[in-house]
Design a binder for this molecule. Structure first.
Ligand code: NAD
Length: 498
């Protein structure tokens, strides 16, 4: 290993950098001079280099926190009138949309997601800035009626410097979901994107600066979780942490935040139940189940990965599901016909393969898939075929542990009480879905299910104004909507004597 250059060979092969993207800490340019290491992003479609960025270090965390506090205190942002802040946030949204195609292409190279999915992700990123621009402009503080000699008001105040740590599954959208409300609330924001997909966060910082956001209010540190992420969470200058990622990482971050007595927002993993009752429109249900698990190649926190089908229609539904799953077009991400692309990395694909091996060893039978494609051009990429496992109970590890890949575990159930008990028998509580023609039953089941989002005769729909987050081990706090703004605000009560 070269002196001072990071060893990222456990994730990526050693590659000599050609153009390595620098990152900015306010006006400080961190390029490859000195002992800077490099993070190499690999294109999951074929294993080629998607890009290289300078690798941030824990020392950069210290510098970033100082620069962000300076920007928070001294740059025109938190004290701007809400309409002035809103106009910059609107402009950021406009510029993201204007660069939609190049951003989507970069996202596709970094993450392997199909190009059309990336276009949707970039559009969503723009929507977060537009939505929080309008909310920021119209958000009301609470004022009490005068009580003789005084009146009081509750003011929403920013925390100061907040850290946002994001996963790899929806780069730029994950970052925008946090940065837009955090900035709208008046904070300075330090983003630590996933080391698997480091490039989009740097583009977001560039776009924000070009749109008029003062330097230092948004900083992206492309580093690894165990050093840069951990240093951010521990840094005394970071007043709030917003994290999206795996449950065990979230637990570790929550423990440190608990010690430090700082607030956290935790958006974590899931193993969401997807229920098909015998009275459902089975054709629509099967289509919903397929997009619920195979969309984004199952790399979605809300993937409907545990399928519960009522016994009377179990065989019919599974037969149809298996036949239609065999027809899924697994293609390169830029193929216009693609329905499912590769997984994010070789390591993740191997983890998914190991999970399917576990399902086999637990006694599951593989109805469809259960293999990596070996033919060209897929042999070079991180592909895994859509997979359905039958014959396991809800108590199996395959039904209890998050796989985060295109693997569906199907389980029969007797009746409403049985399926509610099985659906809730999990440590997770992120989302759930059901298909039924009986809306009274849908309402009863929705009330009984322990999950932050419940879909009835639809799946994976989301709305920017509808809160999102998890029950149980799937998280703490809510993003989106007004909850998203509250997450990044603390309340100050001010009393005026007369
Ligand atoms: P991960 O937990 O491995 O990493 C997430 C982020 O945390 C990365 O940026 C990583 O570098 C950082 N990190 C790792 N260790 C850290 C530490 N000790 N301190 C601080 N930061 C650290 O998750 P992942 O593999 O990137 O993403 C997949 C997971 O994310 C899945 O479990 C999925 O369900 C979850 N997810 C949840 C949501 C949600 O909204 N609930 C959305 C997307 C993904």
């Amino acid at each position: 290993m070269m002196a001072g250059v990071c060893d990222n060979s456990r994730r990526h092969p050693t590659i000599m950098a050609t153009t390595v993207k620098p990152f900015l800490i306010g006006s400080i340019v961190r390029d490859t001079s000195g002992n800077a290491g490099v993070i190499t992003s690999i294109n999951p479609a074929d294993g080629s280099i998607a890009g290289q960025v300078v690798r941030a270090t824990p020392e950069d965390v210290d510098t970033a926190v100082r620069v962000a506090w300076d920007a928070f205190r001294n740059k025109p942002w938190r004290k701007l009138r809400p309409d002035q802040r809103a106009s910059i946030l609107f402009e950021i949204g406009r510029r993201i949309l204007a660069e939609r195609e190049s951003l989507a292409r970069l996202q596709m190279l970094d993450s392997g997601k199909p190009y059309k999915e990336c276009m949707n992700m970039v559009t969503s990123a723009a929507s977060y800035f537009r939505y929080y621009a309008s909310v920021c402009e119209t958000w009301q503080n609470e004022v009490t009626s005068p009580r003789g000699e005084y009146f009081s008001m509750a003011l929403a105040e920013p925390y100061g410097v907040v850290a946002c740590i994001t996963p790899w599954n929806s780069p730029i959208m994950n970052e925008a979901q946090k940065a837009a409300p955090a900035l709208a609330a008046g904070n300075a924001v330090i983003i630590k994107p996933s080391e698997e997909t480091p490039q989009l966060a740097l583009e977001l910082v560039r776009i924000c600066t070009e749109a008029g956001l003062p330097e230092g209010l948004l900083i992206a540190l492309p580093g690894y979780g165990e050093d840069v992420g951990a240093a951010l969470v521990k840094h005394p200058g970071v007043r709030m942490v917003s994290f999206t990622g795996g449950t065990e990482t979230g637990r570790a971050i929550g423990a440190i935040a608990g010690q430090r007595l700082i607030p956290v927002g935790l958006e974590l993993g899931g193993k969401s139940p997807h229920i098909v009752f015998e009275d459902a429109d089975l054709d629509r249900a099967v289509a919903g189940v397929m997009s619920g698990i195979f969309g984004s190649a199952g790399q979605s926190c809300v993937a409907g990965s545990r399928l519960f089908v009522q016994k009377s229609v179990y065989k019919k539904v599974l037969d149809d599901l298996a036949a239609r799953t065999r027809e899924i077009r697994v293609r390169l991400p830029d193929d216009p016909e693609v329905q499912m692309g590769p997984l994010v990395s070789a390591a993740h694909r191997d983890k998914v393969a190991a999970c399917v091996d576990l399902a086999r060893s637990e006694g599951g039978s593989i109805l469809v898939g259960g293999n990596m494609p070996s033919e060209q051009p897929f042999d070079k990429g991180m592909f895994y075929m859509p997979t359905i496992v039958d014959g396991l109970s809800n108590a199996s590890r395959s039904a209890q542990e998050e796989i985060f890949g295109p693997v569906l575990v199907a389980i029969p159930f007797e009746d409403e009480a049985d399926v509610v008990a099985q659906a809730n028998d999990t440590v997770f509580g992120l989302a759930a879905g059901m298909w039924t023609g009986d809306y009274a039953r849908a309402w009863r089941v929705a009330r009984e299910i322990e999950a932050g989002s419940v879909w009835i005769n639809t799946y994976k729909q989301s709305h920017i104004a509808t809160p999102f987050g998890g029950f149980k081990d799937s998280g703490i706090g809510r993003e989106k909507g007004l909850h998203g703004l509250r997450l990044y605000s603390q309340v100050k009560s001010v009393f005026f004597g007369m």
